[in-house]
Design a protein around this ligand. Sequence first.
Ligand SMILES: *Cc1c(COP(=O)(O)O)cnc(C)c1O
Length: 363
Amino acid sequence: MTTTTNTHLGPQPREVFNRIPGYKPGRKADRPEIAPLASNESHHEPLPSVREVIANEAQRINRYPDAAVVDLHARIAERYGVNDDQVATGPGSIGVLQQIIATYCAPGDEVVFAWRSFEAYPLLVDIAGAKPIMVPLLADERHDLDGIAAAITDRTRVVLLCTPNNPTGVSLSHGEVVEFLDKVPEHILVVIDEAYIEYETAEDAVDSLALIAERPNVLTLRTFSKAYGLAGLRVGYAISTGEIIGSLRKAALPFSVNSLAQRAAIASLDADDELAARAAEVVGERERVVAALQGTDWRVLPSQANFIWVRADGERGAKLAKAFDDADILTRVFPDDGIRITLADAASNDRVLKVLKDAASTE
Ligand SMILES: *Cc1c(COP(=O)(O)O)cnc(C)c1O
């Protein structure tokens, strides 16, 4: 028997995979002096109470996790004053978003969202065989909600709003989202991705739970990866109507929220006050950093998240990216747009300020 080595005869992925960029690993934070500010993680160490439940649960990892995630769903429901059947979980909110798209989008259906926004959106939509419809942000970094409403067609099944928006840090107001929802047909699901809600301090911030109580087509997507400090365990959740959540739960890969993550998420909700204090510390640093950058050449808008966004493209952006790299600070660089820098402890934030101030004065 002969074997063929002609790869053209082998399995070919769907056409869309020609467009999907492969994952490119970034620089590693493999020395203590490197500040890992590229992924919006919490810089705080895991809480002792959370580590303890993980250690205890580790005794039982020969067993499958609770496939129905009963205890965690109940704990999230209690925390937010909704029914248990209004909560779905997944391996990170990215995992929940994949369930959402699998539930509502057939191949060729459209998902509309602002751009630039979270990198995972076009990827998840493409993998599902649906079509990403990206509506550029306005010049002041805000979502173009009129443009998003105008981009809705017969094929639209889902709209994604990201507030505060990653990577720009700008958030939507409750009033503008209500006005937007009034224009969206009720058969279209509007997902409000609130991954950074714990850092939001705007008085007119979106009250997504109120919207969910009043409307049949709103869902909030949240995560334990950011302010709750569990990025490595992968657990996120959605709150919506019982109908929507019932469908989403069917789309979940069985056992995808592991037992350590389920226990750690419950323990984190039990430690809400401690975690809120940590988030408040980051918010204080955010206000300090943004204030220190006013009057410099960098355009840094007030942020509602745990990161700042520096608009800098072309050569200016490349020079700034190199300055951060030379200073052993890992950031998220979007070459055509700008640089996103996660806020951490005061010492790291001071290093960030120094790079920005030095780079501004040498231009
Ligand atoms: C970080 C982030 C998430 C969270 O992803 P997980 O899968 O929960 O870790 C979701 N949405 C946005 C906009 C984010 O920035």
